[in-house]
Design a protein around this ligand. Structure first.
Ligand SMILES: Nc1ncnc2c1ncn2[C@@H]1O[C@H](COP(=O)(O)OP(=O)(O)OP(=O)(O)O)[C@@H](O)[C@H]1O
Length: 634
């Protein structure tokens, strides 16, 4: 099954896509001829400075293919030499343009924040500078040096391209595959080179060709005005100037120089348009998981002496707030649970109860407006809420991995699946490319992908959602994680595929012994795969217990109501009975029991004070003070 439209540019790359169009072929062909001017000393039929006053202002002939000028010099030779100095000037200008615009634009767009603000203010200031005045000053100071003028032009004109590159980088930064790459522990530099720059390539080429067209116009203008190299040096602008003086007697002389300037500017403009067209087709909003070998993760710090048995993941009193336009909103309040190796803990609850925020807080991946306000997340003895960005990056992808609801958006549509997985394997190991490829095939077999060799050659848009989830699981397993966080991994899949993926996860977990934190709202999934459950409501855990105890008899009215509302037969013991009302959004939450407005068993004392999570047995806890009304004996 194919899930996205296959784009020619995606498959072929920009150069081939441009060459596939007739516009592209003609313009590239012409520009290659232009580049031949670099070989002017080899190609020119005569010395461009050699004067022959017996043959002035001649029309094209066998001995002078483009005729001669007013001093009898060969026009073709002067055109070739003039082209050479034009190319050199353009290259200098383009180099300065790229060196300033690309790093600043990418950094401003990807890093954002203060760097972005300062970079944009600087760009505003540069844009307000009168470029032509500065160029004239530079030519005066540097003794008519076209190189100095072009470098200045490139640098001063960079703010336009910088803004465009910044915009593209900002868009790419929001793609889920960039988050996925962060999850895999890639550094910012790696993400910039692997993900941001390749996506900016199209706009960079377009802007470069447009700038080159402008640069050639300005350079010709300067030499036309006699501000470049003094006569008798051959320049295109100088040739137009000479032709203008003999326009009435020898109009032909204007054609070679004027024509070649016009055609070059036109070709650069069309090239820019063509590249823009082919890249516009190629970048639909989809993502990627392409990574480069990362530094080996540092050894986990030696755990401080802890003789007693401790959970692999221990979340205690975790509170998280988000800054919203209406002020700071607390979305998690005192969340706590433990998870051991080999266990699968299901985080269950209605939409908005805080399951995903809990998972993201564990990974240290809260959105920029969120922060942990209290509590701790201890993973294998390491406190993650105080861990540095670098320490978290070292854990992600290797010791803690994530699979999400939509695996397709975590795969880069531009690269084959095998290549993406190989890069991921190499980012976690020091394997050679060949060994990594072998490991990829093993991983693909582990996740039961049919015909791994053939599958590795496919692009993400050539596989189904179920297969993409298997690829995502293979990617997650590449670092042999101790903890897998699965955020609704089967929600987007149809029922049969869901069952297959759950069976796969169960098998892999049994074989690897890793712990799984599974975010779901589906009791069927809980029954199928979880060993333990933590039921969440309005940012709190309201019940936690081993799974069979919860299905046996829940000890919170919300859990019972949630099960009764579940369409899944595995959990349903009564007809489907939707819970009246909705989860109160952060900011409008009740004091006392947060569920009491929707609870059939609510009593006056439910509103008295905040209800703590009451430890009923060693493994079972409930945030209800009226468990006796549930007629449950924990
Ligand atoms: N970046 C954010 N800024 C403000 N509020 C947020 C942000 N992210 C999440 N929230 C809020 O936090 C609460 C919990 O969201 P969360 O995504 O964890 O819910 P969930 O239980 O996973 O729901 P679902 O099953 O729909 O994903 C919601 O009220 C949500 O609006």
């Amino acid at each position: 099954m194919t899930t996205a439209t296959e784009s020619p540019a995606k498959k072929r790359g920009i150069v081939r896509s441009v060459l596939a169009t007739w516009r592209g072929r003609i313009t590239v062909g012409f520009l290659l001829l232009f580049v031949c001017c670099l070989a002017a000393p080899l190609l020119a039929p005569a010395d461009p400075l050699h004067q022959d006053l017996r043959h002035i202002l001649e029309l094209p002939s066998g001995s002078h293919w483009l005729g001669t000028d007013s001093l009898g010099r060969d026009v073709l030779s002067r055109l070739l030499y003039g082209g050479r100095s034009s190319i050199v000037g353009i290259l200098e200008g383009v180099a300065a343009h790229l060196v300033v615009a690309v790093p600043l634009g990418v950094a401003a767009g990807y890093l954002g924040g203060r760097f972005d603000r300062y970079a944009m203010r600087a760009a505003d200031i540069v844009m307000s500078v009168p470029t032509i005045v500065i160029l004239l000053a530079i030519l005066t100071i540097f003794n008519r040096s076209i190189a100095a003028a072009m470098i200045t032009l490139g640098a001063l004109g960079a703010s336009g391209m910088m803004r465009i590159v910044r915009g593209t980088a900002m868009t790419v930064r929001q793609e889920l595959y960039v988050s996925a790459a962060e999850l895999l522990g890639l550094s910012r530099t790696q993400i910039i080179f692997r993900h941001i720059l390749p996506r900016c390539r199209g706009v960079i080429i377009v802007q470069t060709s447009l700038f080159a067209a402008i640069a050639i116009g300005i350079q010709t203008g300067l030499t036309f005005l006699g501000l470049g190299p003094p006569p008798p040096a051959a320049t295109w602008g100088g040739m137009v100037n000479e032709a203008a003086t003999t326009l009435t007697t020898a109009p032909w002389l204007l054609v070679p120089a004027g024509g070649v300037i016009a055609l070059t500017v036109l070709a650069l403009g069309i090239l820019g348009d063509t590249v823009r067209d082919v890249t516009a087709q190629s970048h639909t909003s989809s993502g990627g998981l392409r990574v480069k070998p990362a530094k080996r993760r540092p050894e986990a710090p030696a755990p401080t002496a802890a003789p007693e048995r401790r959970a692999l993941l221990s979340v205690r009193d975790l509170s998280v707030s988000f800054l919203t336009p209406r002020g700071e909103a607390e979305v998690l309040t005192g969340v706590g649970f433990d998870l051991d190796a080999g266990q699968t803990l299901g985080l269950v609850g209605e939409s908005g109860s805080g399951k995903s925020v809990t998972a993201r807080a564990v990974l240290g991946l809260l959105e920029a407006n969120g922060r942990v306000t209290a509590g701790s997340v201890v993973f294998d003895g390491q406190e993650l809420t105080r861990a540095s960005r670098k320490e978290l990056a070292a854990l992600r992808g290797t010791r803690i991995a994530l699979i999400s609801q939509e695996p397709m958006v975590a795969l880069d549509p531009s690269f084959r699946i095998g290549a993406q997985l190989t890069e991921i394997v190499r980012s976690h190991t020091k394997m050679s490319r060949r060994d990594a490829r072998r490991r990829v095939l093993e991983l693909m077999e582990l996740v039961e992908l049919p015909d791994p060799e053939e599958m590795a050659r496919r692009y993400p848009f050539q596989i189904s959602g179920g297969m993409a989830q298997r690829v995502a699981i293979a990617a997650a397993l590449a670092g042999s994680p101790d903890l897998l966080i699965a955020d609704e991994p089967t929600t987007a899949l149809d029922v049969t595929v869901q069952a297959e993926i759950l069976a796969l996860l169960r098998r892999i977990q049994r074989e690897t012994g890793m712990a799984v934190l599974l975010v779901t709202h589906d009791w069927g999934v809980v029954a199928d795969i979880c060993t333990h459950v933590a039921v969440m409501y309005a940012g709190q855990v309201v019940e936690s217990a081993p799974v069979e105890q919860v299905f046996g008899a829940s000890v919170h009215p919300y859990t019972s109501a949630l099960m009764a509302a579940s369409p899944d037969s595995a959990a349903r013991r009564t007809p489907i009975d939707a819970i009246a009302g909705t989860v109160p959004p952060p900011g409008s939450r009740l004091d006392g029991c947060r569920f009491r407005d929707r609870c059939a068993l609510a009593a006056a004392d439910c509103a008295d004070k905040d209800i703590p999570l009451l430890q009923l047995t060693e493994e079972r806890a409930s945030r209800c003070i009226h468990t006796e009304l549930l007629q449950v004996r924990p």
